[in-house]
Design a binder for this molecule. Structure first.
Ligand SMILES: NC(=O)C1=CN([C@@H]2O[C@H](COP(=O)(O)OP(=O)(O)OC[C@H]3O[C@@H](n4cnc5c(N)ncnc54)[C@H](O)[C@@H]3O)[C@@H](O)[C@H]2O)C=CC1
Ligand SMILES: O=C(CO)COP(=O)(O)O
Length: 314
């Protein structure tokens, strides 16, 4: 038995994947599509019988509870529903909360005292998971025993979970790669070519590592699935909403604002946190995405600034 809170593309895909192991309760705040059992965010995927769809929030019990609401809604959700989230939530959202500058696990620590959060993250498009394609993810939990139990409960033959105790590293990898993916989309949409994108990804990865390690992440976590792995996926696939958003901006077109594009708010949150740490100058790509997203910087000017930074050692 598993509970998934949040019936967007990702929550629904996880419910489908986990339904091979037993019953799953999938909660969404509004499920007008429930009768047809096909989420418009995941067209073509008919939900298996093992999934119970509900708009009524279930109380947390023994079953693992996965939280897959968008990052900017997470704080309010946790604050309003601690009994639903329970003491060992598995956080599946990727980002940094703009109002508190906190990631998912720090929000849990603040809002649900005594909880032991886990983070499920890594390279995985909802559509791939829902189709049963092979996927490898990171399951991070500071408590090894809780992490081991979750790894076993949430792994399937095609959904392979690798364990770590580096929660901050895992969640920052997933949050920061979305920002770099927007930049990679801008560079690609503006027609700068594949070589420029590779340079951007590499410098972006260095930037992710600088910021995350400053906040206590282990460098090897950033080199794993939740950092490097997800960066590669998201910066090179038009399945990524963050990449597509950047691509549209790079083409000079108006982006689709109906999509969840976590990197936008996260770029601004990361820059605010970096300012307070005195390391804003160390995050040029994130600064560019934050400025472009806020409408403070035209795309062409942003690209020019990145290319005109002082030459230095790699
Ligand atoms: N779609 C994907 O391939 C992946 C998504 N994720 C992460 O999962 C999280 C959710 O993304 P998606 O499911 O893709 O987004 P989505 O845009 O498909 O769905 C978001 C869902 O959240 C609901 N929602 C919005 N505000 C809410 C609130 N205050 N309370 C409850 N529900 C609320 C919406 O009604 C919608 O059903 C994001 O942080 C994303 O980065 C992670 C890995 C893959
Ligand atoms: O996190 C993801 C893949 O791992 C999904 O990326 P997007 O949110 O950019 O679609």
């Amino acid at each position: 038995m598993t509970v998934v809170l949040g019936a967007g593309a990702f929550g629904t895909a996880l419910a489908v994947a986990l339904s091979v192991k037993g019953p799953v309760t999938l909660w969404g705040r509004s499920l007008p599509w429930a009768a047809g059992r096909e989420n418009p965010r995941l067209p073509g995927v008919i939900l298996p019988e093992a999934i119970t769809l509900t708009e009524d929030l279930p109380r947390a019990g023994e079953a693992p509870v996965l939280v897959a609401v968008p990052m900017q809604a997470m704080g309010a959700f946790l604050a309003e529903h601690p009994d639903v989230v329970g003491k060992a939530p598995v956080l599946c959202s990727k980002g940094v909360d703009l109002s508190t500058l906190r990631g998912p696990s720090a929000l849990v620590a603040d809002l649900i005292p005594g909880a032991t959060p886990a983070v499920l993250t890594g390279p995985s498009f909802a559509a791939d998971i829902a189709r049963g394609l092979p996927t490898a993810l990171t399951l991070a939990c500071a408590d090894e025993a809780v992490g081991e139990a979750l790894q076993s409960a949430l792994s399937t033959p095609v959904l392979r979970l690798y364990r770590t105790t580096d929660v901050i590293g895992a969640e920052l990898g997933g949050a920061l790669k979305n920002v770099i993916a927007i930049a990679a989309g801008i560079v690609t949409g503006a027609g700068f070519g594949d070589s420029a994108r590779a340079a951007l990804m590499t410098r972006g990865f260095a930037e992710m590592t600088r910021f995350a390690t400053r906040l206590g992440a282990r460098p090897e976590t950033l080199s794993g699935l939740s950092g490097f792995g997800d960066l590669v996926l998201t910066c090179t696939s038009s399945q990524s909403r963050n990449f597509r958003h950047g691509f549209t901006l790079g083409q000079g077109l108006p982006p689709d604002l109906s999509q969840t594009v976590e990197g936008l708010a996260t770029a601004r949150a990361v820059m605010a946190r970096a300012e307070s740490l005195g390391m804003a100058a160390d995050l040029p790509v994130t600064a560019m995405v934050a400025a472009v997203s806020a409408g403070d910087l035209p795309v062409a000017e942003a690209a020019k600034r990145l290319l005109s930074r002082p030459l230095k050692e790699e």
